[in-house]
Design a protein around this ligand. Structure first.
Ligand SMILES: Nc1ncnc2c1ncn2[C@@H]1O[C@H](COP(=O)(O)OP(=O)(O)OP(=O)(O)O)[C@@H](O)[C@H]1O
Length: 280
């Protein structure tokens, strides 16, 4: 695809395609952060990428979303090659992501923050919106309705008028998730969505993620340290260690894999994971 080719939009009809990651390699000045990693995310499934600290999970995410460039290998989303595309082109193909660290605008309400996710789908031009043409007003109303639906889906409806950045941490992370859903993605990349949450917040967020997979038919790639959440939600798990894929398969299988157990228990810098192992 050339830079001048028209951008596809995610709201085009059609099924969610599979995501194929093939021999993905990323090198940083002498360090191989990802070493020929391959996995497939089946349409509508939830695929977790796990591994001890420094295993290459964030690097993998950053390549999938276009933040980092692969040194070798390919990522295909259906017929489209994502490798080498900038983040906005990947987003235009229906791939949305959340970040480990919250990046909400400081004074925006929850409604405004969710509406930011609609930006890419807005068709009315600056002039039509500025002149308050009926077509622009109708479109704005449709976006507001969708924001309301997604707020209900994520349990945020009663906070719509609150400043997002003033909400408790767990709700702010849900706003991030809601904003990604407002992009109408076909593939959602969730980077540690329950990190730093209370157990109540974790339960609530895990239920929303389960709802995304079950109710919306969106494929999800999840990077998460909370093994309880991973084992409950994932259809398939890929385990990385020192940039290499050491195991892949259904959670129950991966959990028993001796190399996975060794990678976790042998990682003395990761006491929380070592204590929890891969069995919680
Ligand atoms: N931009 C970068 N420049 C140089 N090295 C990097 C860069 N990003 C990541 N790395 C290195 O690549 C390796 C993999 O890091 P990465 O952040 O992908 O691991 P991770 O599995 O996400 O770890 P964590 O669970 O701690 O977030 C690490 O050794 C890290 O220091």
């Amino acid at each position: 695809m050339t830079e001048d080719a028209p951008e596809k939009t995610a709201d085009a009809p059609g099924q969610t395609p599979s995501l194929e990651v093939r021999d993905l390699t990323v090198r940083f000045a002498g360090l191989t952060a990802l070493d020929a990693v391959s996995f497939t995310v089946a349409p509508g499934s939830l695929h977790a990428v796990i591994g001890p600290n420094g295993a290459g999970k964030s690097t993998c995410f950053n390549v999938l979303s276009g933040v980092y460039r692969a040194s070798a290998g390919h990522v295909h989303f259906g017929p489209d090659e994502l490798t080498g595309l900038p983040p906005h082109r990947i987003a235009a193909l229906g791939v949305a992501r959340t970040f480990q660290n919250i990046a909400l605008p400081p004074y925006a309400t929850v409604a405004d923050s969710l509406m930011l996710g609609r930006h890419r789908l807005t068709k009315a031009g600056f002039l039509a919106a500025g002149l308050r043409l009926p077509s622009a007003a109708r479109e704005a109303e449709r976006h507001r309705e969708r924001v309301q639906e997604i707020a209900e889906f994520t349990g945020l409806e009663r906070y719509l008028d609150h400043p997002a950045a003033a909400l408790p941490y767990g709700l702010q992370k849900l706003v991030e998730l809601g904003r990604a859903l407002c992009m109408e993605p076909r593939l959602l990349l969730l980077d540690e969505p329950v990190a730093g949450m209370t157990s109540d917040e974790r339960r609530r967020t895990a239920a929303v993620i389960a709802g995304v997979r079950e109710g919306l038919g969106i494929s999800v790639v999840l990077v998460e340290h909370d093994m309880g959440v991973v084992m409950r939600l994932a259809d398939e798990v890929t385990v990385l260690d020192f940039g290499r894929r050491i195991a892949s398969g259904p959670p129950a299988e991966v959990q028993r894999d001796p190399e996975v157990v060794r990678a976790y228990l042998g990682d003395t810098n990761n006491s929380e994971d070592a204590e929890e192992g891969v069995t919680s």
